[in-house]
Design a protein around this ligand. Structure first.
Ligand code: C2O
Ligand code: CU
Length: 457
């Protein structure tokens, strides 16, 4: 596979991955969101002014054992309100981090204490849920890993955070967060890709090593198509939840906010490299390179599934179905008379309000939830994408399964990529009381109309 080593700006850096793990037993762990200046671009570029947790991009890796009590303080050192949303974790509604819905926004200089149990093992992440296009684009995001007692037999366990930056030629973050073109097209796509905040992430392994690679897409718009070389890989978990059977793959699609856990055996020989490449229009870019050296281990049998998390059964026959139709955006536009904040508007008026998309004819939040579900109920939502763009739909508070065309159920996920003109149906058990957001995780789309919510009581 030909891999271009050219980073998006230019040059290539070789920096070691800094250890960032924090012990879960640290009682007084504070995450401080604040401006910082970090070398994100290659070394021949200036440092970048970012917003970061504790001056690290990505934020420090939080690691817990399943069943641990998570206790964290968010301190807001920004000049605007923020929160933390714990993406993919099943936790009490009051800890979900949605300002104005589950908690007040944390004002500059204030703090908020989050406390919940790490119920599921897997790969999760955290990010602000206030002004999130800007706050996440400026660098606020981190990974939270929950280990189960009997993890798989691997030689290394690596987190690889993929991100996409829109940089100026001076390596500063482009302040175009409300650009109408982005809002109404594919979102804020960047011009510079990093892994773990580095232009060129370098890892090492021995031939035959089995690696657990936790891939996390924290980009606000870019769908990564990853091509693996020098590795024989199986997808072992999606969005934190183990697959019943690991699936062999040499290419992996990962939409914004999604996670893919790979179990990957190093097939490259000593002196060679294994590469995780991002397939882009003009070539394949190495996001992470694994330098292979040392004595070779024996070839192993295909990996066993990871230990499943406890998930409820879905009773599809008695389930209620509530349809969701996605409309709007460039090329197709909104139907006449879409509603925003209770008022019917034409497309020009909506555009002036920065609104380009609608769910069931409504742009932005509604007073009444899309679904008002009773505790214990199974809910089905057929999602029809009548737009010309893909959307990564994320449900807070619980994972869902896709109801496939033949009636069988797909893997548990928290974010589903729905392509143009597709209808994809999800089903979930309403078992976590509260108000939960359901929105597109292409954050430019979320802010310009693609959000709604679900109530469980
Ligand atoms: Cu990861 Cu509502 O978000
Ligand atoms: Cu979208």
């Amino acid at each position: 596979m030909p891999v271009s080593r050219r980073a998006f700006l230019a040059g290539a850096a070789s920096l070691p991955l800094a250890a960032r793990a924090v012990s879960a037993s640290d009682p007084a762990l504070t995450l401080t969101a604040a401006p910082a200046r970090l070398q994100i671009a290659p070394p021949d570029y200036p440092a970048t002014d970012v917003w970061a947790y504790d001056a690290q991009v990505p934020g420090r890796m939080l690691r817990y054992r399943q069943g641990d009590e998570v206790q964290l303080r968010l301190a807001n050192g920004l000049d605007q309100p923020t929160t933390i949303h714990w993406h993919g974790l099943r936790l009490p509604n009051a800890m979900d981090g949605v300002p104005g819905m589950t908690q007040p926004a944390v004002a500059p200089g204030d703090s908020f204490d989050y406390r919940f149990t790490a119920r599921d093992a897997g790969t999760f992440w955290y990010h602000p849920h206030a002004n999130s296009t800007e706050q996440i684009s400026r660098g606020l995001a981190g990974v939270l890993v929950v280990d189960d007692a009997k993890g798989p037999d691997v030689d290394a366990d690596e987190v690889i955070v993929l991100d996409d930056w829109r940089m100026t030629q001076e390596a500063q973050i482009h302040a175009s967060f409300d650009d109408w073109h982005d809002l109404s097209h594919a979102g804020r796509l960047g011009n510079y890709i990093t892994a773990n905040g580095l232009p060129d992430l370098r890892l090492t392994a021995a031939p035959g090593d089995r690696l657990r690679l936790r891939l996390v897409n924290t980009a606000t718009a870019r769908i990564f198509r990853l091509r693996l070389s020098g590795l024989r890989a199986w997808i072992a978990a999606l969005d934190g939840m183990p697959l019943a059977q690991p699936q062999e793959a040499d290419e992996v699609m990962i939409a914004p906010a999604q996670r893919v856990d790979l179990l990957a055996d190093v097939t490259a020989k000593a002196g060679e490299e294994a590469v995780i490449g991002s397939v882009e229009r003009d070539g394949t870019y190495a996001t992470a390179v694994i330098a292979v050296s040392g004595a070779g281990g024996a070839t192993r049998p295909a990996p066993a599934p990871l230990a499943p998390n406890h998930m409820s059964d879905l009773s599809l026959d008695t389930a209620r179905a509530v349809a969701l139709k996605m409309e709007g955006g460039a090329m197709r536009g909104l139907p006449d008379g879409a509603v925003w904040e209770g008022t019917r508007m034409d497309m020009r008026e909506l555009a002036e309000m920065g609104q380009f998309w609608a769910f069931n004819g409504v742009a932005g939040m509604t007073d009444d939830p899309l679904v008002d579900a009773a505790l214990g109920e199974t809910v089905r939502i057929p999602i029809t994408n009548a737009t010309a763009f893909p959307h990564a739909m994320h449900l807070h508070g619980t994972h869902f399964r896709e109801v496939l065309a033949d009636g069988t159920l797909g893997p548990w996920r928290d974010t589903l990529l729905v392509m143009p003109d597709q209808t994809r149906e999800i089903a979930f058990a309403a078992e976590n009381p509260g108000d939960w957001m359901f929105h597109c995780h292409m954050l430019s789309h979320q802010k310009s109309g693609m959000m709604n919510w679900i109530r469980v009581t």
